[in-house]
Write a protein that binds this ligand. Structure first.
Ligand SMILES: C[S@@+](CC[C@H](N)C(=O)[O-])C[C@H]1O[C@@H](n2cnc3c(N)ncnc32)[C@H](O)[C@@H]1O
Length: 375
């Protein structure tokens, strides 16, 4: 990190305080944060003053004038970074992943043939992400034509993977997912499913150890209770074990729903995210969609309204779940075989896809076992 010493010196001059941590390359994760001494639970390791935030109130006049207020803050921040040619920004952005890092890691940049092999929930996240990016890009191409679209896309992904949530009154007018702040230095923390306690006050953000850390151990934060499909699309990685991971049956259920059933489910906010697992077998959404596939409409309405506990249809629901799990197991095996045989994309992209499908394979098999033991 020596070549970045002027960036960290400037951050200190601006009032950032860190204690017991240092910033260092972490094998396979880019840069990160390490404990430089044993840390005790509650030790404050980093304080970031609000005066160093990059957010709505710090957008450059050019961006404020050119881009409408109704455009996402995400897009406006990406435009702001695209136009920033200050030496301070050059120091900060020298720590960002390169374009080729992002092109390797983020499914958005993958060849279509490899994107097609993503699990359904990851495909849904990718579709939503692409829609948000394209909406912002259209606006920027029109209003700030000197920003090359590829530069905007790069910074849009940088904002996507490095921003924090800002709960200030001025953010309340924005969509929840758009209440964003960029915090140089704090954006070096990597993700774990449990990590440092982050506390916001009008003075800024504080990061405190959530547990004891040994000297040299990596200190992480939790980006949120995200599934691996979400982490892959938004951040470009999959965790080996995560308490927040979920496996869904969407790949086999969604193709079985006709337009009418999709409309009915959509109206009740029950379309997609049909979770499975050995403990719950099928979550309430899964139980609801299973019944929509075989119950009469009246019986289904009673079930989803909570006017029936569904006991009378449970045996049929279990039988259908078993059939769908068997179908999914076959599809998962096919995906694994296909990924092992394709040459599209990069080895790293195929590897992460394979890892994800192997995780799904395990959950499907454990769920089948648990269901068999029950029926
Ligand atoms: C906010 S940045 C964290 C700092 C980043 N490692 C860097 O070098 O700038 C988020 C990015 O770090 C990487 N990352 C964070 N947590 C990770 C993890 N647990 N496993 C693998 N990569 C991780 C991903 O590339 C992610 O998009």
């Amino acid at each position: 990190m020596d070549k970045h010493s002027s960036f960290f010196a400037r951050a200190k001059d601006q009032g950032l305080v860190w204690d017991g941590i240092a910033f260092a390359p972490i094998a396979g994760l880019g840069n990160g944060v390490k404990a430089t001494r044993p840390l005790k639970t509650g030790d404050v390791v980093l304080t970031v003053p609000a005066s160093t935030f990059r957010t709505l109130s710090t957008l450059s006049p050019r961006v404020v004038e050119a881009l409408p207020d109704h455009m996402s803050l995400h897009g406006r921040l990406a435009a702001d970074l695209s136009l920033d040619n200050t030496p301070e920004f050059a120091q900060w952005s020298a720590l960002f992943p390169s374009i080729s890092d992002l092109e390797t890691a983020l499914p958005f940049f993958w060849p279509k043939a490899i994107q097609e092999l993503l699990p359904a929930p990851a495909k849904a996240s990718l579709e939503a992400q692409t829609k948000r990016l394209n909406r912002d890009k259209t606006q920027v191409v029109r209003e700030l034509p000197d920003i090359p679209p590829s530069t905007f896309t790069y910074y849009w992904m940088v904002v996507n993977s490095r921003s924090f949530y800002l709960p200030t009154p001025e953010m309340q007018a924005l969509d929840f997912i758009d209440r964003l702040v960029l915090m140089p230095v704090a954006d070096l923390f990597n993700h774990a499913d449990a990590g440092c306690r982050t506390t916001f006050s009008p003075d800024g953000y504080q990061f405190a150890a959530d547990r004891d850390y040994a000297e040299g151990e990596e200190v992480k934060i939790c980006y949120g209770d995200h599934t691996n499909d979400f982490l892959l699309v938004e951040y470009g990685f999959v965790q080996r074990f995560s308490r927040w991971d979920k496996v869904f049956l969407d790949d086999v259920i969604l193709p079985k729903l006709d337009v009418h059933r999709k409309t009915v489910l959509n109206r009740r906010k029950l379309l997609g995210s049909y979770e499975i697992g050995p403990e719950m077998l099928g979550c309430p959404r899964t139980q609801a969609v299973l019944r929509l596939l075989f119950c009469g409409r009246g019986q289904w309405e009673k079930f989803v309204r909570g006017n029936s506990d569904g006991k009378e249809s449970q045996a049929d629901a279990n039988a259908l779940l078993e059939t769908l799990l068997a179908e999914y197991e076959e599809l998962v095996n096919q995906r694994i075989e296909t990924i092992a045989g394709v040459h599209d994309g990069l080895e790293a992209q195929r590897r992460v896809l394979m890892d994800r499908w192997k995780q799904i394979e395990l959950v499907v098999s454990l769920t089948r076992e648990a269901l068999r033991a029950k029926i």
